[in-house]
Write a protein that binds this ligand. Structure first.
Ligand code: PA5
Length: 429
């Protein structure tokens, strides 16, 4: 696995981080890293066990060989962003439209938006549709509402027995309403370990089951993550992913650069950036602290946002993700060689253009005194993404230590939930 973190343009640009600032912060970074390693959060265990992979793969195999045409993953936030990121990054961009694909068509019911749910119901063949309801708490209103709509559709199409046979609950192993329904209706379940929070759960059955259902190599995801975990255990605060916690913390707290833009140069990683946005935002944005993560895509957003990054307020750090070997590269054919504004492209490849543009963005930002950094991925596959997922989770958790906040709670989202419950008539609210 080749994943590297290049901070040159955070250190060397005008207004960048000084070596002395980094060394002043080092004792705190070391302390935060030591605490993280000595009292490891639940997600750090995931790459080293196959206890959750084995049942996920077995169930995926059953679904794939059952003649399933459709698989609807119902969940929101940490219960959907990771699975969606993996699907978009690693499966064919038009996966559902392919005649030959890894498994059933994949649908994600996230927002309780009737139009989306209706669209899913328009498409699926209900008699051979599986639904996977994913909610750790077992009571998230959006997920439960989507589930109730899909459940009725499944019961109407296949009867109670069909619904029970082709429904899975991925939830807390012991508690919650979904667990209670599972017991009442004898629905099969997969566990989300209690000590793994939603946004850190992509390497549990939350992400492993849908990945395996669509034919992805879930084992490689875990082994990629394990190689990052082992490296961090060995290099501790010297590991570049961990160092990134200090870099982004300093950019925010001592440079006023409180916006972190993750900009992969690969369409496949657009939803990966969305996964990271939740991880960083919900983990660190509390007690008046935290920087604002945003997602962008190169080159698309060069034609949309780059002007702002180059000449707008000095409040951002741009984090490029560069892919060395893009799957399925294509040669740009030679044509119109007499037209100098067109002919020069012929003979290059599409990936070459994408990566040259990534480099051009990096350099032009640096020259304009706009700090940026680059994550380089050897390629986009399961092992590389597993590595990067773990690296960013560890970085976020350790950044929590620097900010002095708990990166595993989200008290700020409770108030809105209470109002929703009360308006929707939930007893006790
Ligand atoms: O990271 C988190 O904890 C949240 O984003 C949750 O994943 C999200 O609120 C959904 O919660 P649940 O899985 O309980 O439905």
């Amino acid at each position: 696995v080749r994943v590297s973190f290049d901070y040159t343009n955070l250190l060397e640009v005008e207004g960048g981080i000084r070596e002395s600032e980094l060394s002043d912060l080092r004792p705190r970074l070391e302390r935060a890293t030591d605490e993280h390693l000595q009292d490891p959060p639940g997600f750090t265990r995931l790459p080293h066990t196959r206890d959750l992979l084995t049942p996920s793969k077995a169930l995926a195999e059953e679904i794939r060989t059952s003649g399933a045409t459709d698989f609807v993953h119902v969940g929101i936030g940490g219960s959907s962003l990771g699975p969606v990121a993996l699907h978009r990054a690693l499966n064919h961009p038009y996966y559902n439209a392919l005649a030959e694909r890894g498994g059933p068509r994949m649908h994600f019911a996230e927002n309780p938006d009737p139009n989306t749910l209706h669209a899913i119901l328009d498409l699926v063949e209900l008699e051979s549709t599986w639904i996977n309801v994913v909610t750790k708490s077992g009571s998230t209103a959006e997920t439960m509402a989507n589930f109730l709509v899909l459940r009725r559709a499944l019961v109407e199409a296949s009867g109670e027995a069909g619904y029970r046979e082709r429904t899975i609950f991925t939830t807390d192993p012991d508690s919650g309403y979904l667990r209670e329904i599972a017991e009442r209706e004898k629905i099969r379940t997969l566990p989300i370990p209690q000590d793994v929070g939603g946004r850190y759960s992509v390497l549990t059955p939350v992400g492993l089951l849908p990945a395996a259902v669509s034919g992805l190599d879930a084992e490689a995801l875990l082994s990629g993550a394990a190689s990052c975990a082992n490296e961090i255990a060995e290099r501790r605060a010297e590991h570049p992913a961990v160092l990134g916690a200090a870099m982004h913390y300093l950019m925010d707290t001592s440079r006023g650069r409180n916006i972190r833009v993750m900009m992969p140069y690969a369409d496949a990683l657009e939803r990966f950036a969305a996964w990271f946005v939740q991880l960083w935002a919900e983990s660190l944005g509390k007690e008046g602290k935290g920087s604002t993560p945003l997602g962008a895509v190169g080159t698309t957003d060069q034609h949309s946002q780059l002007q702002l990054y180059m000449e707008g307020p000095q409040d951002k750090v741009i984090e490029l993700i560069e892919v060395e070997n893009h799957p399925n590269d294509l040669e740009i054919p030679r044509a119109y060689e007499d037209l100098e504004g067109v002919g020069y492209l012929g003979g290059h490849t599409v990936a070459e253009l994408l990566n040259v543009e990534c480099d051009a963005t990096r350099r032009s930002l640096a020259e304009a005194g706009r700090p940026n950094c680059t994550i380089r991925l050897g390629t986009v596959d399961e092992a590389h993404l597993g590595y990067l997922i773990y690296a960013l989770e560890a970085q976020t958790a350790i950044a929590g230590g620097l900010y002095g906040v708990n990166p595993f709670d989200q008290p700020g989202v409770e108030a809105g939930k209470r109002i929703t419950y009360s308006r929707m008539g939930r007893p006790g609210y």
